[in-house]
Design a protein around this ligand. Structure first.
Ligand code: GLY
Length: 562
């Protein structure tokens, strides 16, 4: 046990590192920005060894599964947007999917009502994980270094340990004291002696290291087949989950064409369905292109009103139309992302008062917060924007002790009650109802903005349904208001999602005078501490300079470059 002085020093070093994480970092040769500074540094080591942005993203993502288990994962899923050195953009979808035994009414009681928490807090809430398949596909198609070199740093962190940070310490205590928590989370952080590590102690995860070794040695088959698959399937059987060995064997990541938009000459590339992120982002940016920001200065009531009205409209369209494209072949993506559609939508905005969201026409309560984003760039000119998630913070809070990782609770992103859309924000529209092997609709919005065929902004965020709006506002802050990346990330964020008809804003950042003006126009407000945790890079192709910044909302995050 270390003495008090050393412990004090370590805690303060951790805090100091956190503060550094929020400032800008400049680099010429490569940059990684993620929710954990040590994971970003692992990504940069990969770049220094000659790896590309995809390699760095893969190594950082595996590392985050060790250092940031609230959202970093191998038991969840996510998306990658990749711009190569020639300016060509592609995306990889490794979203979780519903098990073969899933049904549209699997969470309903005999009266047709959702059994409370059943789609979020039970083993039935776990979707078939996609992360390992997605990272493996990214490597097979676009990686440069060997797969083993990319997985090994995470194994070293899990096996030899890494300094237990303040966020993990707080979470460990919270889970340990929680009376209604899961046994798995109660024990998750404990050392061999059964104690919670102190901040600064090396935290080791031997079972996770063994699971990662199989992935290192066998690739995707080390997760979806063999002993890991057998252990997942038997855990599911014992605990009431639906995932079988067949579900795991059948899982495939999918390469998809990006959603493309344009804002005043900048090219926007983002994630297509099964994420709603790209469609909703482009629809809102198209609406903003029609606004006159000389009359709607940054953070004025007029500016915020425009943002709210754009969000209201685009989120209503999201609720009505979006879901897994493999189950909804007719999603009107071209229409929703067209300039003509934005013209029509913009015409309905009254600059003097709030519109009303109508639940009979067409919402989901605020959903999971714990997703995580990472952005990477290499010296060759490739860029990666990757967001992945377990849905809630620490996902389902369930897992197999033998395997050492946490299962997602992503099934909660499906519409749970067919046909029921209400003013509290529940959505019951058809495109996102549960079906076997269907992917649940996401809000993750990994985005790359290009200028003259080169990356200009690489951005993304966690935050459930707020993700699209925080990425939207940060993108607008950079492109329209010409903010530096760190300022754009830290500026006030608001959120409206059509239903509930309410504006959520970040405490202390919205002027009370402005709020009163907006209230007099018919808007209603709710405050929260902060929104999102954006991880971004801007690139100046003339100076060949990368600038990275991570959001202060994520205290252990950091940009690292060389
Ligand atoms: N689970 C959060 C999302 O996919 O949007």
């Amino acid at each position: 046990m270390m003495n008090r002085t050393l412990r004090f020093f370590l805690i303060n070093s951790i805090l100091l590192l956190s503060i550094q994480g929020t400032a800008q970092t400049y680099a010429k040769n490569g940059m990684v920005v993620s929710s954990d500074r040590t994971s970003s540094e692992i990504g940069v080591e990969i770049l220094k060894k000659g790896g590309n942005a995809i390699d760095a993203a893969i190594a950082t993502a595996f590392s985050l599964a060790v250092t940031h288990p609230a959202a970093g994962n191998i038991g969840g899923g996510g998306f990658i947007v990749f711009m190569n050195r020639d300016g060509k953009v592609t995306t990889l979808d490794f979203r979780e999917k519903a098990p073969l035994a899933a049904t549209p009414d699997m969470y309903l009681d005999d009266d047709g009502k959702v059994i409370e928490d059943s789609n979020h807090k039970t083993a039935k809430a776990i979707g078939v994980p996609g992360t390992v398949a997605g990272l493996y596909m990214a490597h097979q198609k676009y990686g440069k270094l060997s797969w083993k070199e990319l997985v090994q740093p995470a194994i070293d962190q899990a096996e030899k340990g890494f300094p237990f940070n303040w966020s993990l310490y707080r979470a460990a205590n919270r889970f340990h004291e929680q009376e209604d928590g899961t046994e798995f989370m109660k024990n998750y952080f404990l050392t061999k002696k059964g104690t919670i590590p102190e901040p600064g102690d090396l935290w080791k995860q031997p079972q996770l290291a063994e699971t990662l070794k199989l992935i290192r040695d066998k690739g995707r088959d080390g997760f979806y087949k063999g002993s890991t698959a057998t252990k997942i399937a038997s855990w599911m059987k014992e605990n009431g989950g639906l995932i079988t060995k067949k579900d795991l064997k059948k899982y495939e990541a999918i390469e998809r064409k990006p959603i493309q938009g344009n804002y005043k000459g900048y090219d926007i590339y983002s994630m297509p369905p099964p994420s709603s992120g790209g469609v909703v982002l482009v629809e809102m940016m198209n609406l903003m292109e029609l606004a006159d920001f000389k009359k709607a200065e940054f953070n004025s009531a007029a500016h915020l009103h425009l943002l709210i009205e754009a969000m209201r409209r685009a989120y209503a369209d999201r609720a009505e139309h979006l879901g897994d494209p493999d189950f909804n072949p007719d999603i009107p993506i071209e229409k929703l992302t067209s300039k003509a559609f934005a013209q029509k939508r913009f015409a309905g905005i009254d600059m003097s008062r709030a519109s009303v969201s109508d639940s009979t026409k067409y919402g989901h309560p605020y959903d999971g917060e714990s997703t995580t984003h990472l952005s990477t760039m290499d010296k060759f000119g490739n860029a990666v924007s990757m967001t992945y998630t377990l849905e809630y913070s620490y996902g389902s809070k369930l897992g197999s002790t033998e395997l050492g990782f946490i299962f997602n609770n992503e099934m909660g992103d499906f519409n749970p009650q067919p046909g029921i859309t209400n003013s509290r924000g529940q959505i019951g529209s058809q495109p996102n109802l549960i079906a076997p092997e269907k992917r649940m609709l996401s809000s993750m919005t990994p985005t790359i903005v290009g200028k003259n065929g080169k990356p200009y902004l690489v951005i993304g965020s966690p935050g459930g349904r707020t993700i699209i709006n925080t990425v939207f506002q940060t993108t607008l802050n950079v492109l329209e208001f010409e903010m530096r990346i760190d300022k754009a990330i830290e500026a006030l964020k608001i959120h409206h999602q059509w239903l509930p008809d309410q504006v959520v804003y970040e405490k202390d950042l919205l002027s009370p005078d402005t709020r009163k003006i907006l209230e007099s126009m018919g808007h209603t407000f709710r405050e929260r501490y902060n929104m999102g945790a954006l991880m971004g890079i801007t690139y100046d192709s003339d100076k060949k300079l990368m600038t990275g910044a991570s959001d202060a909302a994520q205290p252990d995050s950091g940009a690292s470059g060389y």
